[in-house]
Each structure stands twice: as C-alpha cells, then as structure tokens.
Design a protein around this ligand. Structure first.
Ligand SMILES: *Cc1c(COP(=O)(O)O)cnc(C)c1O
Length: 454
C-alpha cells in the first residue's frame, strides 16, 4: 500500500553534508535551552543541547543552520534515516484514515500485518505469535509477564551491564546505578544478576571468558536461585547502554541451551540490535541463536513509538484474553510507519548496508586503537560500533576521555553518544542509509578527537 504513495514535495531536501556555521550549540539553541530549563524537569538529560529544525537521512539540521552528521539515529531508532519518504507518506496516509481505535476495542489490519512481519523475520521457523506495545520497557515487562504465566515461576536472571528500561521492573533489571536507579528503589523483587561475558574486561582473559561466564551463570541459577524458580533469562545479544559489549562467542548459545534444559524461557532483548543494525536482521543470527521470546522496539517503528514481544506460540498464548495490552499498544499510525520501515530495510538492502558500514569503519577504528594507548578497544558489529577509552596502557575506564572525544565531535558537527557502565565508551549508531563519504568525514573527526587525547 505504501508503494502507491507519492512523497511530500514541500519538505526541502537536506544535502547530506556536514556544515558548522556557529559554535555547537549556537546562539538560538542556547536561548531555547534556557527556556527549556524553566519548563522541563531536570531529570530529562540531554547529550547535546541543540534544538532541531529538520532531519533527513543522516543529517540533523539545527535552528542555527548547522548540519550535524547523525551517528546516534535517536538511539538506534531511525535506521532507515530520519524522515524516510516512505515512512513519512505512510504516516500521513494512516493519520488521515484513522489515528487510534485501541486494538482491544476494535481491530485493524496494520497491527496484524506488523505481527505477521515479526513472526516471519525473527529467528526460528517455529510457530510464533506477536503482541505489540508502545515502548521498549513495556515489551521487556510483558516478556517477563508471559514467561511467568507460562512457567508458573517468579525469578528473572539478567546480566551485568544490562539495560532493559526505566520502569520499575525494567529498572530493577538494568545494571547501572547512576543515573538509572539511584534513589528510585525499592526495586522489583526476584531479579538476579550474573556476570556478562565481556571479553575486554574478563579477569581470566578473553579466551576463558565465554566458558567462565557461563559457569558463573549456571552456578547462580542452580545454587542461589534454584532453576525450578526461574521463569526467564533475559539478555541483549549485544549489550547497548552497558557499553556495546559483544559477548564472547559461545556464551549466549550456552545460556540458551542451559535455559532449555531447565525449562527456563530464554528472552533476547533485541530492542537496540534489531532490524539490520548489526549486519543481520537480528543480532541473534550471528551465533545461530533461536530465543523463545524476542523483544523489539527502537528501529521497529521507523521513528514512531512501537514495540513488540514475538515468540513461541505456546508461550505467547499462555496468557488469557485481557492479560496483555495497553491503550496505545500497536497504535495504527506507528504500525503504518513500521510496515514502511520494514519494507525499506528489506527492499533497500539495509542489512547489507550495515555490513558495509562495519567494513568501512571498524578496521579503521581498530588501527586507531593500535596507534592510541587511550583507546583500549574498538569493537562492534555492523553499524553498532564502539570505542572504549581507558587510562593509557591500562584497562582502567576513562570517562573523562570519552567526554572529551564526544565534546570534540559535537563542536565539529558530529553527533555521537557516550555509553558504558563506566561512561567511557563512545558509541556509533549511524542510520544504515548513511553515504560512505559522509561516514568517512565523520570518522575523520572522531579520529582527530582520539588522537588529540595524547
Ligand atoms: C532502549 C532499550 C530499552 C528500553 O526501551 P524504551 O523504549 O526506552 O523503553 C530496553 N532494552 C534495550 C536493549 C534498549 O536498548
């Protein structure tokens, strides 16, 4: 249906080029930010206090006329590029047909079409069902609810460096104290944490990481919690906020096998990694993982709020009618956007584009790590790449260095994000449609920022 829609010709084309005309943030952004401080709660932080005028493809235009190269994609959301014409047209058309009915009041086909697409695209060819929600945290909460009903067990096992959201349960599942948890307790009960197989930081070294981390998780489940009490093990196939941690190969397949042997539901949180980001439609595919349940959000809606739990039909259907839902769950405008975004990812070959981004950027960043002592490791998959900054010659995290590199990039018009439990990781999440020349230009800025550290 989206194919027949012509795109809105009134929006001016944004030339895909970096342009810095003022300080970043410029005077207009600074004035608007000062107003914001009078109106908006302080608890909502900001990476770069720049106000946006327009965004297209991989360029964000601010109110001072600066054009920033977008290596954030609104935190891995606009993988198809900002304001993709097919997404914008699908949204406009659906908004004119109807904006909302609530799927639990009266039904519409967009919801079913998104469910069908997710059942087709997620790992494994078993019979699946999907439930749509609005935010990522809601998807994770619902995956836990489903696992609890299906198993009749209470406990949830998560990993060090995990990020699963900001609601009470998902905040409890998230690892990092400041800023996500501090002061917000008491937390949800029955959440247990096992080590993450983080090769760069594993005490016994990267070779022993997978095996030792798996042994620690099994020990936790078998001796402290009791396998018969565990409903689900929830893991990100590549950890996002926690530092773009690519788990040691073999760890997650081992976890999934252990879960299966003990009747525990294995949930892959693909909210940040899904939809081509890592050079596969889902990051689980890199290790042939077939999770029982998969949570998705972020890139799913092409920029509109939409999330999902997809998984084994027997688990998903364990919850009776009325047990799952939400007023806005699977909003029809968000569903239209998702169908357009999924069509773009598949038809424009964006999974392959993510692999090309890795081939262009990762070797270059790894050479930089070899040359600069402050860059402990460059890692990642596809268009989910990270630089971990350390005190030169050690593995001690250096958050000040990460802030310095980010500040340099921002001043030069390259929008990067910082992440990691220690705040010492620069993460790159370009839209998958970014042009190679523009990416090269941004990488040069990043390189200079890292070299300037020493
Ligand atoms: C962003 C994120 C979430 C939470 O999604 P929200 O839409 O912000 O609630 C959960 N899990 C992972 C892995 C994420 O990256």
């Amino acid at each position: 249906m989206t194919d027949t829609i012509t795109t809105d010709q009134t929006a001016p084309e944004v030339v895909q080029r970096r342009l810095v005309q003022t300080a970043v943030p410029g005077p207009r952004s600074l004035a608007l930010h000062a107003e914001r401080e009078q109106e908006v709660a302080r608890g909502l932080g900001v990476t770069l206090p720049v106000f946006v005028e327009q965004a297209q493809g991989a360029i964000v235009v601010d109110v001072d006329g600066n054009q920033l190269v977008d290596l954030a994609s609104g935190i891995a959301v606009t993988s198809v590029g900002a304001s993709h014409p097919r997404v914008a047209a699908a949204v406009a058309e659906q908004a004119q047909r109807f904006t909302h009915t609530c799927f639990m009041v009266t039904e519409y086909d967009g919801f079913v079409d998104v469910a069908r697409a997710l059942n087709r695209l997620t790992p494994g060819d078993h019979e699946k069902r999907t439930a749509l929600f609005t935010t990522g945290a809601e998807a994770v909460e619902n995956a836990v609810k489903i696992a609890r009903v299906a198993t009749g067990r209470p406990a949830v096992v998560v990993l060090d460096h995990a990020y699963h959201g900001r609601t009470l349960l998902t905040m409890s599942m998230t690892a990092r104290n400041v800023p996500y948890k501090a002061g917000f307790g008491p937390f949800a009960p029955e959440v247990y944490r096992a080590p993450s197989a983080y090769p760069f930081r594993w005490p016994g070294g990267p070779e022993r990481c997978a095996q030792e981390a798996l042994a620690r998780l099994e020990e936790l489940v078998l001796t402290q919690v009791g396998a018969e009490n565990v409903a689900a093990i929830v893991a990100e196939p590549i950890q996002g906020e926690g530092g773009f941690v690519v788990p040691a190969p073999g760890f997650l397949p081992g976890v999934a096998e252990f879960a299966r042997a003990h009747g525990i539901v294995f949930v892959a949180d693909e909210i940040q990694t899904g939809f081509g980001r890592t050079g596969a439609m889902f990051a689980c595919e890199h290790e042939g993982l077939v999770p029982d349940l998969v949570t998705t959000a972020k890139a799913l809606g092409g920029g509109l709020p939409l999330s999902a739990v997809t998984g084994r039909a027997d688990l998903m259907d364990a919850v009776g009618p009325g047990g799952l839902g939400g007023t806005y769950a699977g909003n029809p405008v968000a569903c239209a956007a998702a169908l357009a975004a999924i069509a773009v990812i598949e038809e424009e070959g964006l999974v392959e584009r993510a692999r090309a981004i890795e081939a262009q950027a990762l070797p270059r960043l790894q050479r930089l790590a070899d040359a600069c002592d402050a860059l402990g490791e460059a890692r990642g998959r596809g268009a989910m790449l990270a630089l971990e900054l350390v005190r030169p010659g050690t593995t001690e995290p250096d958050p000040a260095a990460a802030r310095a590199v980010a500040a340099h990039c921002h001043a030069e018009g390259v929008l990067v994000l910082v992440c990691g439990t220690h705040g010492n990781v620069i993460r790159l999440l370009p839209p998958l449609v970014i042009e190679p020349d523009l990416l090269d230009d941004a990488l040069e800025v990043i390189e200079r920022g890292v070299r300037d550290l020493t």
